[in-house]
Design a binder for this molecule. Structure first.
Ligand code: SF4
Length: 359
C-alpha cells in the first residue's frame, strides 16, 4: 500500500478534522490548536507509560495541586514524590521524574528543552517520551508511536508481521504520514482514534475518518491486528518476609530497600532474596535480619511483576526491646505504616500479616 503526497495530505486533514470534533478532554491537554504547558505534558506522559488514562487522572491532579510547577517538584523530597506515586508502579520512573525535574530546574532555568534531541538528554526521557513531548508540547514535526497509534497504523496498512518485529515499519509509515501542520494535534488524534474508535477488539470502522483508505478494514483482518508474537510464560520466584514486632510497644520493623534494583529506595517488610527455586529453610532464615523463634503464618502472598510471579511466605516473631533496638530500620505502629512508601507487594504482605498474625 502506497500513499501519494496528495493522499497523505488528505488523510492528515481528515484526521485533524475528526480530532477537532471528537477529541477526548483530558486534564493535561489544551484545546485543539492551543499549546499546552510542557510540564503537564511531560508529567502525564511519564505517568501514562503502561498505565491507563483513568488511573492517571487523580494522580496527575494530586501532583499538580502539590507541585504546580516543575521547580516545585524539583524542590520536593524524594520520599514525598515516591509516596505520592504509590499505586502507579515502576518506581524507577518516579525517581527519574524527580531527577529530571531537578535537572530542568537547575540546568535549564525551569524551562523544558523544546526539541526531541534536547529532551532526550534529560533523565527518564526515552525516545518515545521525547518524541511525544516534542510533538504535543512544542508542536515539533515528530511522530510518537504508542500502543494506540501502533494499532491504527498497522490496520491502515494491513501490516501482518507480529509485534515487536513490526515496530520499525510502523514507525516509518507513521512518520511518513505526519503532517507539518499541527503535528501535536495529529499525534493526539491518532491516540484518541485508537482509544475510542479503532479499539482492540471491535473497531468502529463505520465512524472512522480513514475507513475508505484502510487496508485492514477492506481485507477484514483489522480486529486481528497488530499481531503479537507468543509470549514466554513468566517464571515464578519465592521468598520469605519477616514480620518482626517489638514486644514493648507492638511496633513493626520496616526498612528501606537499596537504591539500585527492583523497588529501589522504597520501604519493605524485611525479606529474604527472591529466588527461582525454593532454597532450604536454613538458607532463607540466614537472610533474616535477626535469628528468632519464627512462626510461619498460614497461606502465602502472591504478586506479579513485569518479568516474574512472586510467592512470599510470611514468618512472624516478637523481639524484646533490647534485641529489637540492635536492628537497622524503622519501628512503626500499624497506623504509621501508611507514612512509608510501601510498594504494592509490601502492602499485600502487611495485609496478610495483619490477617494471620499469631504474635
Ligand atoms: Fe481502525 Fe477501522 Fe479506522 Fe481502519 S477503518 S483505522 S480498522 S477504525
Amino acid at each position: 500500500m502506497h500513499f501519494t503526497q496528495q493522499d497523505r495530505q488528505r488523510l492528515a486533514a481528515s484526521m485533524l478534522e475528526w480530532y477537532d470534533r471528537h477529541h477526548r478532554t483530558l486534564p493535561w491537554r489544551s484545546e485543539p490548536g492551543e499549546t499546552p504547558d510542557p510540564y503537564h505534558v511531560w508529567l502525564s506522559e511519564i505517568m501514562l507509560q503502561q498505565t491507563t488514562v483513568q488511573t492517571v487522572g487523580p494522580y496527575f491532579a494530586a501532583f499538580l495541586k502539590r507541585w504546580p510547577a516543575v521547580t516545585d517538584l524539583a524542590n520536593a523530597e524524594l520520599d514525598d514524590v515516591l509516596h505520592a506515586w504509590q499505586g502507579l508502579g515502576y518506581y524507577a520512573r518516579a525517581r527519574n521524574l524527580h531527577k529530571c525535574a531537578k535537572v530542568v530546574a537547575t540546568d535549564y532555568d525551569g524551562v523544558f528543552p523544546d526539541t526531541e534531541e534536547g529532551l532526550l538528554k534529560l533523565p527518564g526521557i526515552g525516545p518515545y517520551t521525547a518524541c511525544a513531548v516534542a510533538a504535543i508540547a512544542f508542536n515539533r514535526h515528530a511522530s510518537p508511536v504508542d500502543g494506540n497509534i501502533e494499532r491504527v497504523i498497522s490496520r491502515l496498512f494491513a501490516l501482518e508481521t507480529p509485534l515487536p518485529d513490526v515496530k520499525p515499519e510502523i514507525k516509518e509509515k507513521s512518520a511518513a504520514l505526519t503532517p507539518s501542520n499541527r503535528p501535536g494535534d495529529y499525534a493526539q488524534a491518532l491516540m484518541d482514534l485508537g482509544a475510542t474508535v479503532c479499539t482492540p477488539r471491535n473497531p468502529a470502522c463505520g465512524i472512522c475518518p480513514w475507513q475508505a483508505d484502510c487496508e485492514g478494514r477492506k481485507s477484514g483482518i483489522a480486529p486481528d491486528l497488530p499481531k503479537k508474537r507468543k509470549k514466554e510464560p513468566k517464571p515464578t520466584r519465592v521468598g520469605y518476609a519477616f514480620w518482626i514486632r517489638r514486644e514493648d510497644d507492638g511496633r513493626i520493623l520496616v526498612r528501606r530497600r537499596p537504591e539500585k534494583g527492583l523497588l529501589g529506595g522504597l520501604y519493605e517488610v524485611p525479606g529474604s532474596d527472591w529466588r527461582a527455586i525454593e532454597a532450604p529453610d536454613d538458607v532463607m532464615l540466614s537472610e533474616a535480619p535477626v535469628s528468632a523463634e519464627w512462626s510461619e503464618l498460614d497461606g502465602t502472598v502472591g504478586h506479579t511483576f513485569t518479568h516474574f510471579h512472586l510467592t512470599v511466605s510470611v514468618l512472624a516473631a516478637t523481639l524484646p526491646a533490647h534485641e529489637a533496638d540492635q536492628l537497622d530500620g524503622s519501628w512503626t505502629t500499624i497506623d504509621g505504616l501508611s507514612d512509608f512508601a510501601l510498594p504494592t507487594v509490601m502492602k499485600k504482605i502487611v495485609r496478610h500479616a495483619l490477617k494471620y498474625r499469631s504474635v
